[in-house]
Design a protein around this ligand. Structure first.
Ligand code: ADP
Length: 382
């Protein structure tokens, strides 16, 4: 299968009779042909998302019908309007999801997808971006592994997939012959898959709610997670926020529990409550809150400085009756090693920081065992 063959096919399609064909429209990204997997994106005006979505489905079918193709994945992207936040942009482009918001979700929700070879799935989420959710997710996955588990990690952060960078992954996933199933990439003993491996990096993305959910659930379901044996835990680095995409994911993926990452600032804590409320709505056990960048740990003298105030997350956790899993300091080593693609738990396993992550991982496992019992009712104390 070659790019030219795909282009030849795409030349025959346009989004509307008056539009230019897809190839001359200048909207196509580079077409990535990797064994039997074809991936590319189409940049679209957000307002035309519905028409493109339909075309997209048809094209995936047509491409998958070509000889030598196992799987086609087309991602719709749109320039984000500078004045809009990611959440707003996604909402504006997702009228269907907006309608869904008006009807409060039922606790049962849609049927959960089935995932074989994975014992427990844990979502790591945060109510907003930039709190260190991905860094925490990666280090916790490695910490679970260091504590003796077989672990996978799925990067579902469609707004900023960072697992390939954090785990220094440069290869693209291959497909299991004659199937639609992708092989995960192995990194530091983990099996990993990222939305960032399937689309071009640094593409500004605005995902319509339903498309995002279907791409994400497909990524969880169509990956050979148990390629090296059954996984004890699959850690899912969730997209930040508490919107419809996250809610639907929480409804459709059989999550065993969720971990909420928050920074000490008050605002983040109010946001963290939203995250807790969301998982509670769909009856997913909350394993606990992790306070990231909790205090500043001086790289030269090792002294602890509580520059953000201290104890906020622990106090909030107590008030809302959610376990507090631990505090991770703001430290250069954590950031630098992340930037190098060598997470601290694996690159400096004897360090205090690695021990902090391992203790938190242990706490998660204990909470999971406890979560098998009926959960206490969570009360919000204002
Ligand atoms: P998110 O996934 O919430 O957007 P990231 O994990 O990408 O956040 O982290 C944002 C930035 O903060 C990154 O540069 C990361 O290296 C840094 N960072 C995260 N946690 C820590 C920490 N505990 N100490 C120092 N830097 C951190």
């Amino acid at each position: 299968m070659t790019q030219d063959k795909i282009l030849e096919l795409l030349k025959q399609y346009k989004v509307s009779p008056e539009a230019p064909d897809l190839v001359s429209s200048g909207r196509l990204s580079e077409i990535i042909v990797n064994d039997g997997t074809i991936t590319f994106s189409i940049t679209i005006p957000a307002k035309q998302a519905a028409a493109y979505e339909e075309l997209c489905k048809l094209l995936e079918e047509k491409i998958e019908a070509l000889e030598g193709v196992e799987k086609a994945m087309i991602v719709l992207t749109a320039e984000r309007e500078p004045s809009q936040s990611q959440g707003e942009a996604a909402r504006n482009a997702a009228p269907q999801a907006q309608r869904a918001r008006q009807t409060p979700p039922k606790s049962q929700g849609p049927a959960k997808i089935e995932i074989s070879g994975v014992r427990n799935i844990i979502a790591v989420s945060s109510a907003k971006g930039g709190v260190g959710k991905s860094t925490t997710a990666v280090n916790l996955a490695l910490a679970l592994q260091a504590n003796g588990q077989r672990v996978g990690i799925l990067d579902a952060d469609i707004y900023g997939p960072s697992i390939p960078r954090l785990l220094n992954i440069n290869e693209q996933p291959t497909v299991v012959p004659n199937t639609r199933i992708m092989n995960p990439i192995e990194a530091y003993g983990l099996v990993a898959m990222s939305i960032g491996l399937l689309v071009e990096q640094d593409t500004p993305m605005v995902w319509r709610g339903p498309i995002a959910v279907s791409a994400l659930t497909q990524m969880i379901r169509d990956v050979a997670w148990a390629t090296k044996g059954e996984l004890d835990t699959l850690v899912v680095d969730m997209p930040p926020g508490t919107g419809d995409i996250q809610l639907t994911m929480a409804q459709q993926v059989p999550l065993s529990g969720s971990v909420i990452v928050s920074t000490p600032q008050d605002l983040a804590l109010i946001d963290a409550r939203k995250g807790i409320e969301m998982f509670r709505k769909v009856n997913i056990p909350i394993l606990g809150i992790v306070e990231n960048m909790s205090y500043f740990s001086c790289p030269t003298c090792g002294t602890r400085h509580d520059i953000f105030g201290h104890g906020g997350a622990r106090e909030t956790a107590r008030k809302i009756n959610v376990p507090f899993l631990g505090e991770i300091p703001l430290h250069m080593d954590i950031r630098e090693r992340s930037d190098l693609g060598q997470p601290i738990v694996i690159s400096d396993p004897e360090s205090d920081h690695a021990m902090i992550y391992r203790n938190i991982a242990e706490g998660m496992v204990k909470q999971m065992a406890g979560a098998m019992k009926p959960a206490p009712k969570i009360m919000f104390e204002e």
